[in-house]
Write a protein that binds this ligand. Structure first.
Ligand code: HEM
Length: 491
């Protein structure tokens, strides 16, 4: 009779009340501990009890597809956590919000009003300004010794794109003459990474609710502090802009903030409250900075360790673009090798070990296992992308593995979940076009515009990953030299 009771996926035996939290906390990296547990149990789906929550990590694409394709409707919610609650101001936004009317409202706005094909064209000139500023900034670094902190460059390009598209400005303060970030922009980007880190941190009090008031691990303090910084920059611009629309001194939409303010409901009242606009701005900043910057930093690392990849990528760029002009968005469809490199970086070096968690809204059977309502599903970004049953030589950076014999176009999407880039299903990323454009233009401009080499005292870049978000442990700092005529950098 017992054999008929549906089984949970395999996992370590939980303690009463705390579940497996003690083992997890004894390890300095929760994500590495989860992967170790799965390896020891030789399983591609596990059940780990954190407090009374069933946490289900998955590293098998077939099972991942069962979650996000076959049973997508059952797994379309998100966890309630301190960080997601505080950052989304009580779940007013899209990425972090459990399934329901508010998520539907915000996701619809993002898809139809902020990221539609029409809007993408409308914002092209603003993206171009930031891609040109990128060239100008790195060129100035070349003239100033040539040592470039690539992370600084990639993260600030993404921050600049967000500020330009959303607030129609690159700088919150006076900025820097060389095109680099000022103090304000550094604070802004740093604060968004603090927030991102806490979204993916396993905070004890999220699993033991009565610990919430104590903030034992200090996460709440960190999140509130980072939010204070974000709000310091965003709030006055948003308040002032709403005032100008209300008093009639502004009536033409110039950026995404104007678009959000101008949306109307069926009674011609503002569709969004000020609180919703402010919370959504913070979440969009977070969504825009992490993936593209990380993909490009890792691609350069791998190319520095395998210089033949540099050669292939620059050959492609020189064939398609030439050396008399700079690479433009319209070149992206033809840059197949470059896209294969970015795909490979997404596979091997995702910014986070796990996808944004999904929560089950019903008891469901997946892969012959019982997944109770309320479980947190963690599709492994690194676990899927490095699964040796799916990928040969999984730890080798081999962009060629993505090239097709028929030469057909490469994209960064992977709806079959053999690795996770934009994911799929109801909670899939709505920004495939913008995300791809930002990533490929950033990579293409850095490779077409400059040669990159390690400083003379370093022979090979150390590929160690940081604890937490999986960026390179130490920011990549290398030597850049211009490879195009000087006039092409002076915007
Ligand atoms: C290379 C760039 C990007 C990658 C790889 C990426 C990846 C992802 C992933 C993996 C998710 C979670 C999907 C899931 O839960 O299954 C996600 C969600 C999301 N992303 Fe992106 N993203 C990128 C760029 C962007 C940009 C530029 C924006 C906004 C302008 C954006 C907006 C969102 C939003 C709003 C969601 C939440 C969807 C939902 O919960 O319904 N992403 N993204």
């Amino acid at each position: 009779m017992n054999s008929k009771i549906p089984k949970l996926p395999p996992g370590p035996k939980p303690w009463p009340i705390v579940g497996n939290l003690p083992e997890m906390l004894a390890h300095n990296s929760p994500t590495r501990w989860i992967h170790k547990v799965m390896e020891e149990l030789n399983t591609e789906i596990a059940c780990i009890r954190l407090g009374n929550v069933h946490v289900i990590p998955v590293t098998c694409p077939t099972i991942a597809r069962e979650f996000l394709r076959k049973h997508d409707a059952d797994f379309a919610s998100r966890p309630i956590s301190m960080a997601s609650n505080v950052i989304s101001n009580g779940y007013l936004t899209s990425v972090l919000v459990p399934y329901g009317e508010q998520w539907k409202k915000m996701k619809k706005i993002i898809v139809n009003d902020l990221l539609s094909p029409y809007r993408h064209q409308w914002l092209r000139a603003k993206r171009n300004e930031e891609a040109d500023n990128l060239m100008f900034y790195v060129y100035n670094k070349c003239n100033n010794g040539g040592l470039v902190n690539v992370r600084n460059v990639t993260q600030h390009y993404c921050g600049n794109v967000f500020r330009k598209l959303f607030f129609n400005t690159r700088y919150f303060g006076n900025g820097m003459k060389d095109g680099g970030p000022g103090l304000e922009e550094v604070e802004h980007v740093d604060a968004s990474f603090v927030l991102l880190n806490h979204i993916y941190a396993f905070s004890t009090s999220d699993y033991i609710p009565w610990l919430r008031l104590l903030d034992l691990d200090g996460h709440k303090g960190n999140v509130k502090n980072a939010l204070r910084i974000m709000n310091k920059y965003h709030d006055s611009i948003i308040d002032e802009r709403i005032k100008r629309w209300n008093n009639g001194s502004k009536n033409v939409e110039e950026d995404l903030l104007d678009v959000l303010i101008s949306l109307k409901d069926v009674n011609n009242n503002p569709l969004l409250t000020t609180k919703e606009i402010k919370a959504q701005a913070i979440e969009l900043m977070m969504a825009m900075v992490d993936n593209p910057s990380n993909v490009v930093e890792w691609t350069l690392v791998e190319m520095l360790n395998q210089p033949e990849l540099f050669q292939k990528a620059t050959e492609e760029l020189d064939n398609i673009v030439g050396k008399d002009r700079i690479v433009e968005e319209s070149d992206i469809p033809k840059l197949n090798f470059l896209k294969a490199c970015a795909r490979e970086a997404l596979r091997l070096h995702p910014i986070t070990a796990f996808n944004v968690p999904h929560v089950s809204m019903n008891d469901t059977m997946v892969g012959n296992y019982f997944i109770p309502k309320g479980s947190h599903i963690l599709l492994g970004r690194s676990g899927l992308g490095r699964n040796p049953k799916v990928w040969s030589e999984p730890y080798k950076f081999k962009p060629e593995r993505h090239l097709k014999n028929d030469g057909s176009k490469i994209t960064l999407t992977e709806p079959n979940l053999k690795f996770i880039s934009f994911s799929t299903g109801r909670r899939g990323c709505p920004a495939v076009t913008l995300g791809t454009t930002m990533t490929i233009i950033l990579l293409a401009r850095l490779l077409h515009g400059f040669t990159w080499s390690t400083p003379s005292n370093i022979s090979r870049i150390n590929c160690a990953e940081s604890n937490g978000v999986m960026v390179l442990d130490e920011p990549l700092t290398v030597v850049a030299k211009p490879r195009l005529a000087a006039k092409l950098y002076n915007f």
